[in-house]
Design a protein around this ligand. Sequence first.
Ligand code: SF4
Length: 751
Amino acid sequence: MRETRSTCAYCGVGCGVIIESRGGQVTGVRGDPDHPANFGRLCTKGSTLHLTAAPAITRQARLLQPMRREHRGEKPRPVSWDQALDFATETFAQVIRDHGPDSVGFYVSGQLLTEDYYVFNKLAKGLIGTNNIDTNSRLCMSSAVAGYKLTLGADAPPSCYEDVDHASCLFIAGSNAAWAHPVLFRRVEEAKARRPDMKVIVCDPRRTDTAELADLVLPLQPGTDVMLFNGLLHIMLWEGWTRPDWISRHTTGFDELKALVRECTPEVVAQVCGLAKEDLFTAAKWFATSEATLSLYCQGLNQSTSGTAKNAALINLHLATGQIGRPGAGPFSLTGQPNAMGGREVGGLANLLSAHRDLANPQHRAEVAALWGVPSVPEKPGKTAVEMFQAAADGEIRALWIACTNPAQSMPDQATVRRALQRAEFVVVQEAFATTATCEWADLLLPATTWGEKDGTVTNSERRISRVRPAVRAPGEARHDWAIVVDFARRLEARVPPPQPSPRGGGSNTVDDVALPPSPPGGGSGWGHAPDPNAARGPTLFPYPTPESIWLEHRDSTRGRDLDITGLTYPLLEQSPQQWPFPAGASQGKPRLYEDAVFPTPDGKARFVATKYKPVAEPRESRYPFSLTTGRLRDQWHGMSRTGTLPRLFGHVAEPSVQMHPQDMERRQLKDGDLVHLTSKRGSIVVPVQASSDIGLSQAFMAMHWGEEFLSGCSSTGTRLAGVNAITTSAYCPQSKQPELKHAAVKIIKA
Ligand code: SF4
């Protein structure tokens, strides 16, 4: 039996795992006792990962060879990798020649490894010359990114998991961590058991399992978080609970914010948020006057048309009370996906560049162009997730490359997404699983490796980089995501010659200067059929024989940046996962940022952002009288392509349902299990209803995971649709462009 240390494939807690394998098969998984994210623990999803790699599931659910569809609606037929990538190259080159580089788009995933992300980003921005590359992390963390940058000056979560053990007040907002980040929540439970006087405040429209631990629950009306946070600041100011000297020494912009929150009186806030005034006072007092207050927050803040404002308004509270940069104190966004952080680090979004550089900054564009050895990086902002599919639906983007994500289920407003996939002239889907809804729209299917097979790195919520390592060979003809991109890029270079390399970066295929990892057992060129460096033609921007060689280039790009990791190596990460920054010469990463109260802004001061409350994009009204919120289940992950293969993971919640308050059901003469039409302006699905007094009147909740095999429905124009995203809105935050998946106005009528 072999044992391989790696990382869980699911959420942003980033738990370390030990994969057990025998005879080329994964046979077991257990928590890595030495990994600082989980110290050996795993949740239900993580502890069943090995079962998702069983041979029967691989045979039934995995994509095992490249497939091409001559015409839409036909069954795809197998082709060789050469045929598949030549076809992709010819088609992309033709579209680019005919319509320019912005006529293609790449939609990738927070589940890709950092190395995969890096080469996708370089392919789009460095070789093709378009910034049309975005990721499902846009649906997950982009409001947190924008919030951090606006207030603290950099996209860097300042806190760490250990802060849970030091906090005397935990402020959990828009996060059902008990289900979405279970192993971290065990740490919260233990801290509360050890120190019962630690205050726990939970702000969420629903009374979730997380709220069971709370000393104070604030069941605010959906989308009113900014009003709540501004109201708490109003009380803190009135009661003298802010820290004026800290504010004047370390921040700017407080006077404007002070003027703004003057109108957020407890009476107004209680009325808008639907909360009791005395609870507002209690929350403000505990937050401000506790020895150390740690905020944990997630999609309830991010997936909103006010996502950036919500993040900034919460960080304002930390700055006003000096609750930052000390053990147990600070704002801490919890990452949804396993490597949303790594994607941000390599700049794999439409508005970012490598190593937290900004596309809008000419100096940053020049730096990245020099690093890559290309004359320039295009200036025009790329299309973000919602914009990209809208542009494809409008015929502006003609070729789409989708990797490791399932937009035909997970994007909001599915009617538009389906129009986009239908209208696009060429859709490439690079995927491990053959069962995702998006595969049905692919002209070309490229089989990718997945957990247990992949090699690279990921970064978790607390900035900790871990190694992901292969335990077994890729099944069938599946290839690593990075290797597919590199192979395609080299073929594209042969048709569209790369720009003349500058002295730094790019250029040669020589691999002498990169440390090659040992060959996998059984020999061969590497797990998942890495590209043969000797087969490459002439100078290339993609001279990568291994994921490590990509990572080394990424590492170099971070030199002098806030996330400097020039002191790290693969071997060091294999010994022990490390937090960034970790510059050359450092002996360890930084668990906590801003301990010196110096922030990465031009004047070194954090910035208050005056954020005015705005209601949700689609307030409920007489024709659509319910607020629909969406969220995760404990034992399922995203579109269920992996977790849905295991019957035991349906033991917790067996089937889809929409939850309503019992009084709302009674008024509509509904009982548990009745089928209802759940309808918004965009579409309708039929789903069983379930009573729940955990949600308020005029509210409804549905989990995000259920797709076509569980739920049918249609758009307002009759297109066949499925899942809750037939209903959700693509209205997005103007700063972060993150859509408001957490709220849609709906009607609920007995079917
Ligand atoms: Fe995996 Fe997240 Fe569960 Fe840890 S908490 S085992 S990372 S799903």
